[in-house]
Design a protein around this ligand. Structure first.
Ligand SMILES: Nc1ncnc2c1ncn2[C@@H]1O[C@H](COP(=O)(O)OP(=O)(O)OP(=O)(O)O)[C@@H](O)[C@H]1O
Ligand SMILES: [Mg+2]
Length: 321
């Protein structure tokens, strides 16, 4: 086990406090690929920022721990964190390709990161920079290039290469492919997966596109309104989705196989997190809603190895239904 997130909560203090991450717990193992999916605004980026300790005001960790390699990251000082980040785990953020400095060459930006972590030797910096670019299949001549001279897909791969400079154990990625066209998305996804197999790092991959991660992730977490509502083996979740929200997400994506069917999707939108619904946060949109769902916040129940937060299964497990 390399990462243990326990009961992590994050609040935004802007006007009324909003709990964007509400008691998320999971563990992550070396070399494993975890996909996190959910609609826009359900707290995926906030969760990643909370794990990587990259939150800034008005966001604040309200509780919980993030244990990475035996240390609780929540309690580390900024200096201690800098030593771990990039070296042991790295982060590729949403719209990362716009995170590159437009007035510096790729070589200069890689050099900055390596120097900040104590690598002073110019030849070593040059060699490692060339290596990581080759890993993402970009010709090292582009070390001299500036970001505007590269395509969107290349910039995204340049960011992923930057995350690989120190061979971290864990790479956290927030929709790294979402700015790309569908073909480029798939090919970048395949490349990330190949690198992961080759280099053995673990990945936490956030996306709103379930079909994108279906073939790549070992485990899948479905997030709704700040909580994991389902977490299990990806294959199992796709074969037998348990939570009504997961079912709705799956129905929202067309299948290219099989007969034509009407897409159901999920009517409505995720709630305002400053004023979430009582009980199960999904109950106002849930097609399987029961009277008690308004009052009871569903605990986690394990069904065939999958964790699910839904009263439908609590009753089955306790034998009431
Ligand atoms: N700076 C902020 N101040 C106040 N509230 C915020 C802030 N940033 C995000 N939020 C709230 O936190 C919630 C979660 O936002 P977050 O960006 O984590 O969602 P997300 O799942 O990553 O969405 P997307 O798929 O669009 O990237 C949202 O409801 C949003 O309104
Ligand atoms: Mg996001």
């Amino acid at each position: 086990m390399i990462l243990d997130v326990a009961d992590l909560s994050v609040d935004y203090y802007a006007g009324r406090p909003a709990r964007a991450v509400a008691g998320v717990s999971f563990t992550h193992h070396a070399g494993e690929f975890l996909g996190i999916v959910g609609e826009s605004g359900c707290g995926k980026s906030t969760l990643l920022f909370g794990i990587a300790q990259l939150l800034s005001p008005p966001a604040e960790i309200a509780g919980g721990t993030v244990t990475f390699a035996g240390k609780n990251l929540v309690q580390l000082s900024a200096k201690e964190l800098r030593a771990v980040r990039w070296r042991d785990f790295s982060v590729v953020m949403q719209s990362a390709m716009n995170a590159l400095n437009p007035v510096k060459s790729i070589a200069a930006q890689y050099e900055d990161v390596m120097r900040a972590h104590g690598t002073r030797d110019r030849a070593e910096i040059r060699e490692r920079s060339r290596e990581v670019l080759k890993l993402v299949r970009i010709d090292p001549v582009h070390l001299k290039s500036f970001p505007h001279q590269l395509s969107g897909g290349m910039r995204q791969r340049v960011m992923i290469a930057m995350a690989l400079l120190f061979s971290p154990e864990l790479i956290v990625m927030d929709e790294p492919t979402s700015a790309l066209d569908v073909v480029a998305q798939r090919s970048l996804m395949v490349q990330i997966k190949e690198l992961q197999r080759e280099l053995g790092f673990a990945v936490i991959f956030v996306t709103h596109d379930m079909s994108l991660v279906s073939n790549f992730s070992d485990r899948l977490a479905v997030m709704y309104a700040g909580k994991f509502v389902e977490l299990g083996q990806t294959r199992q979740v796709f074969a037998e989705p348990l939570h009504p929200y997961t079912k709705g997400l799956l129905e929202a994506f067309p299948s290219i196989y099989g007969p034509r069917v009407q897409l159901e999707g999920i009517p409505g939108a995720p709630p305002n997190l400053a004023d979430p619904p009582s009980g199960c946060r999904f109950h106002p949109r849930c097609p399987a809603v029961m009277p008690q769902c308004k009052d009871v916040d569903p605990p986690v129940v394990v069904v065939e190895g999958t964790e699910v937060r839904c009263l439908l299964y609590e009753e089955k497990v306790s034998g009431v239904a």
